[in-house]
Each structure stands twice: as structure tokens, then as C-alpha cells.
Design a protein around this ligand. Structure first.
Ligand code: ATP
Length: 234
């Protein structure tokens, strides 16, 4: 089995506080992995460790089968991510924001920007300034920014949070398209089971820093299990 992400006893502590404890997470190639847990469970911290923003205090991470270190720039370049909320320059247009990001990253490609905007359905408003954008539009623009380098792995922290049902439906189709047509692997966190179960192929449940369950949606459906254990809604 090829795993795009595999963690081994991944741990993060701040002084006496164990925020993430011995997490063994396996994300398969080409799947949508729903990372479910209540607020404060440790989802963002795990995602920050996976993207190199935070250094683990214990354990290890393999991405694309290679060990991740602070200087794995080649691996970071193969990932796209939105950790916490995507932030933009409000007075600039959507397109200008992506261009600026591209220049900053040393990856400015007009065609890639247009393609990314098209994929997320923002072409028609790409010349509007971001201050006119709704939360859902900003989420989609954040995804456009994350996918313009055509990453193989996309890590999104609570992208559905605060969206209305239409926005959620649109994002769900986008995730499925990225996964099936663009062969990306997606890791998506959420604190709401009802939202993530409609999107994910596998669900990993984190509570108080521990991964307490990792189960495929197919297994859940086949077993017709009442997966009360998974429910973390607050
Ligand atoms: P949320 O959805 O609320 O962001 P989460 O599951 O993403 O929740 P984290 O943001 O990873 O959770 O936070 C997990 C715990 O780690 C929280 O109790 C938080 O207060 C703590 N924490 C996060 N960063 C730090 C830090 N830099 N120093 C100390 N504690 C931290």
C-alpha cells in the first residue's frame, strides 16, 4: 500500500502540555481523508507539523514515502495547504493576489493562475477586489492559491467551517474533482461529522491529541455501524 502521509508516534508538547500524542496516521494515495475532531483536539497542530510550520517533539513523518525534516523543501513544494484561515490583500483583485503569491514563491505562471481560478469557479469575478468576496469565495480563492502549483497533496484546515449549504455543496464537488480528475490526495479537517462524512473516503478521529479511530467510509457503510464513537460535534 502506498501512503502519501504516514506518521509514526507523532507527538507535540508545549512545556507540560501534550497537544498531540503518538499519532499514527495513514493517508492513502488518491483519497480524501477527513480529519475529524472537536475544537482544540490537535488537528491544526498535526497539519502544521505535516507542512513544516511546527517542529514535532517526538515521532516521525513520511510524506510521499520520504522522511520529512525542517528542510524538506522538495516535499513542501509538492504540497498545497491552507492552515487556519486564508488571508488576502483585500484591496487587490483575486487574480492580483494569486500573481503576488506566485511571484513571492518564485512561481509566477499566468496560465496556471487562470487555470486555478477556473477550477474553483472564480474566473468571472477574478478582477474583483477580494474585499467584495464572501467567506465561501475566499475559501475557493485560498484553494486556487494552494493548487496553482499543481500539488499532489492538498492539506486544508476546516475549509467548510462557516459556509452555507450551497457553499459546502460546491466545495464538495471541487474536492471530488481535484481528487478524481487531478489525482490529488486531500487531507481535510473538520469538527462536524455530518459534513466530513459526505466528502471523505477515510475518517481519522482525533480527541485530546490522540488518534482514536481511523476507518474507511466503505467499512462503515458495509458494516452499517452506528458510529457513535466518531461523533465529536459539540
Ligand atoms: P481548532 O479547531 O480550535 O483550531 P484544533 O483541533 O485544530 O482545534 P489545535 O489548534 O491544534 O486544535 O490546538 C490543540 C491544543 O494545542 C489547544 O489546546 C491549543 O490551545 C494548544 N496549542 C496550540 N498551539 C499552541 C502553542 N503554540 N502553545 C501552546 N499551546 C498551543
Amino acid at each position: 500500500m502506498t501512503y502519501i502521509i504516514q506518521t509514526n508516534q507523532l507527538t507535540k508538547s508545549y512545556k507540560e502540555s501534550h497537544v498531540v500524542s503518538n499519532v499514527n496516521m495513514k493517508v492513502k494515495k488518491g483519497e480524501i481523508y477527513g480529519f475529524l475532531g472537536p475544537n482544540g483536539a490537535g488537528k491544526t497542530t498535526v497539519m502544521k507539523m505535516l507542512t513544516g510550520l511546527v517542529k514535532p517533539t517526538g515521532g516521525s513523518i513520511e510524506i510521499f514515502g520520504e522522511k520529512l525534516t525542517e528542510t524538506s523543501y522538495d516535499l513542501f513544494a509538492r504540497m498545497g495547504s491552507i492552515i487556519e484561515y486564508p488571508v488576502f490583500y483585500d484591496k487587490l483583485t483575486a487574480k492580483e493576489n494569486l500573481a503576488l503569491h506566485g511571484e513571492y514563491m518564485g512561481y509566477y505562471d499566468k496560465q496556471a493562475i487562470d487555470e486555478a481560478l477556473k477550477l474553483v469557479g472564480l474566473t468571472s469575478i477574478s478582477q474583483k477586489s477580494v474585499k467584495e468576496f464572501s467567506l465561501g469565495m475566499k475559501q475557493r480563492l485560498g484553494i486556487a492559491r494552494a493548487i496553482m502549483t499543481k500539488p499532489q497533496l492538498l492539506i486544508l484546515d476546516e475549509p467548510i467551517n462557516g459556509l452555507d449549504p450551497v457553499g459546502i455543496k460546491e466545495l464538495r464537488s471541487l474536492f471530488q474533482m481535484l481528487c478524481h480528475e487531478y489525482e490529488m490526495t486531500l487531507l481535510i479537517s473538520s469538527h462536524i461529522l455530518g459534513e466530513i462524512e459526505l466528502i471523505a473516503d477515510t475518517i481519522g478521529v482525533i480527541k485530546e491529541g490522540r488518534l482514536i479511530e481511523e476507518v474507511s467510509m466503505k467499512d462503515i457503510r458495509d458494516r452499517n455501524t452506528e458510529y457513535i464513537e466518531l461523533s465529536t460535534e459539540q
